[in-house]
Design a protein around this ligand. Structure first.
Ligand SMILES: CC(C)(COP(=O)(O)OP(=O)(O)OC[C@H]1O[C@@H](n2cnc3c(N)ncnc32)[C@H](O)[C@@H]1OP(=O)(O)O)[C@@H](O)C(=O)NCCC(=O)NCCS
Length: 130
């Protein structure tokens, strides 16, 4: 498995993985805007996950359903851990999988943001510190 910077030709599959994995469907413009801040996980020439960030803040992050629980999400987060002493991320309060995953990686819950998402779901802000 290789981790590399995202490229223009990856955008379609990044958007597809995002749409399948995350409740908010984001427009292609969003992924184009953050392409320079996107890393992808590649398995046998296939994009299996991506992470988009703005400095130490994770914006979007997902692994293809067929490739979860294989350590790929952890590897993507570790790339940011090499660059920053603090990492922040917001996830839905009801996304237990993500919260369990983040807790395992040493993230701590910082605060709860009421009705953060467009469907009124609350967000939990999680933070990791070196
Ligand atoms: C959350 C997500 C990114 C995790 O990616 P992943 O590649 O499956 O996670 P990893 O295999 O790297 O797991 C790392 C550790 O977290 C644990 N973990 C992963 N998913 C978990 C889950 N659903 N429940 C409990 N623990 C979990 C793993 O067991 C592993 O610990 P271990 O090494 O002790 O076994 C992935 O499930 C996903 O894409 N979910 C949908 C999108 C999403 O919620 N994005 C927001 C992410 S914050």
């Amino acid at each position: 498995m290789e981790i590399r910077n995202g490229r223009k030709e990856d955008l379609e599959i990044i958007k597809e993985i995002s749409s399948i994995s995350l409740k908010s469907v984001l427009p292609m413009k969003h992924f184009e805007k953050y392409l320079d801040n996107t890393i992808v996980a590649v398995e046998k020439n296939r994009i299996v996950g991506f992470l988009t960030s703005k400095k130490e803040c994770v914006m979007n992050f997902a692994i293809h359903t067929d490739f979860r629980k294989k350590g790929i999400g952890e590897k993507l987060i570790q790339e940011l851990m090499k660059k920053y002493r603090t990492i922040r991320l917001r996830t839905r309060e009801n996304n237990k999988n993500a919260i369990d995953f983040l807790n395992k990686l040493g993230f701590k819950e910082k605060r709860r943001i009421e009705q953060y998402y467009s469907n009124s779901d609350n967000a939990i802000e999680m933070e990791w510190k070196l």
